[in-house]
Design a protein around this ligand. Structure first.
Ligand SMILES: *Cc1c(COP(=O)(O)O)cnc(C)c1O
Length: 355
């Protein structure tokens, strides 16, 4: 039976992915020399297409990393001399703070209880913090932080770098990049491309900061550092031999999304999210884990199914629908359902009739 992955990551590939994979093989993309003109044209194409799709300003730079966790590390190394501030609403935010500690930075953090959001306007952040690290959508708990609150934080603390992990909310999330210094994500969730590629979107201010950190004699990374990336980017090159095949696949999925129109892609995701929450709000036994509506993730909703996780997963699997368990301590208490552009309303409707 054909399986449909409603998992939160990796998730269902984009409907056109295998067609692009076949084209890649026909065009010998796996043998492509990463120093040649064809690769430069490919990098330029992804750069321009992603900027168009997501509304990224032209003076921001787009870099390829191996995954989102690498994005966390490069962000800390390039953006922090001594102290970073972390907003932790789940285990991905927790990891990011831990990496900063391991990299020798002083970490200040606020941490919420699982399932609780945070009112950023009540937050007071000490002067010494140079960068604010925010997991915009924490996939472990299904907590999202409204972008308007993040913009307000930048206006309150304009001298600090604002950096966001949007792995499981992009491309649904509409971002005003002028308020954001570093945005990163990997491609196996919302873009429906195989794992093994991460994207960083970096502002001119973040690059200036990296220069200052390096100037103080701190390491900002070796082969991969914001400055190393930036230098190569001038000529659409990468420091290492990159994941050319995945870059090709991402470029083609982004082109498909551009053809469909990002407005329509986002509208459909919103409709599916409403369908999901309505179903679980009206359910006689189960309910959404996050109580406060403004913090509910629209792309990775988490439902409290009162210990029925395996029962539900087994029943859905019989029909080919694969969904996620709860995270960590909630493994057998919650289900997590990916709501990405590759998932159709029709399949979601069918899935819900089986819960
Ligand atoms: C999945 C995920 C990550 C990790 O992504 P990798 O590609 O495994 O590095 C980081 N942050 C969030 C919010 C995620 O959902």
């Amino acid at each position: 039976m054909k399986k449909i992955y409603f998992t939160v990551g990796p998730s269902q590939v984009y409907p056109t992915l295998y067609k692009h994979l076949q084209n890649a093989i026909k065009a010998d993309i796996p043998s492509l020399n990463h120093r040649g003109a064809e690769f430069k044209a490919l990098y330029k194409s992804v750069d321009q297409n992603l900027k168009k799709l997501l509304g990224v300003p032209q003076n921001y730079q787009i870099f390829f990393v191996s995954c989102a966790l690498e994005g966390m590390e490069r962000t800390i190394l390039g953006g922090v001399d001594k102290t970073s501030f972390h907003i932790v609403t789940g285990s991905f935010g927790k990891s990011w703070a831990k990496y900063a500690e391991e990299l020798g930075k002083k970490v200040i953090k606020v941490e919420t209880k699982p399932g609780e959001g945070i009112e950023l306007q009540n937050l007071s952040i000490s002067k010494e913090a140079e960068l604010i690290a925010i997991t915009q959508n924490d996939t472990s708990t299904g907590i999202q932080i409204p972008m308007e609150d993040i913009y307000a934080l930048k206006q309150k603390y304009p001298e600090k770098l604002i950096t966001i992990d949007v792995v499981s909310s992009i491309p649904f999330l509409d971002i005003e990049y002028k308020y954001i210094d570093i945005t990163f994500f990997s491609v196996q969730k919302g873009f429906g491309v195989p794992a093994g590629l991460g994207i960083m979107i970096v502002s001119p201010d973040a690059l200036k900061k990296a220069k200052r950190v390096k100037g103080k004699g701190k390491s900002i990374g070796s082969y991969h550092s914001l400055l190393n990336f930036s230098e190569k980017y001038q000529d659409y090159q990468t420091p290492e031999t990159p994941n050319v095949l995945n870059i090709y696949l991402l470029d083609n999925v982004v082109k498909d999304m551009l053809k469909r129109g990002i407005g329509e892609v986002r509208q459909e995701t919103l409709k599916k999210a409403q369908m999901l929450y309505k179903f679980f709000e009206n359910h006689k036994k189960y309910n959404p884990f996050v109580k406060n509506v403004s913090f509910r993730s629209l792309t990775t909703p988490v439902m409290d199914v009162k210990g029925d996780t395996e029962k539900i997963r087994a029943k859905l699997a019989k029909h080919g629908y694969i969904i996620g368990t709860g995270y960590g301590d909630f493994k057998n208490e919650h289900i997590r359902i990916g709501n990405f552009p590759a998932h159709t309303q029709k399949d979601l409707k069918k899935l819900l009739t089986l819960v």
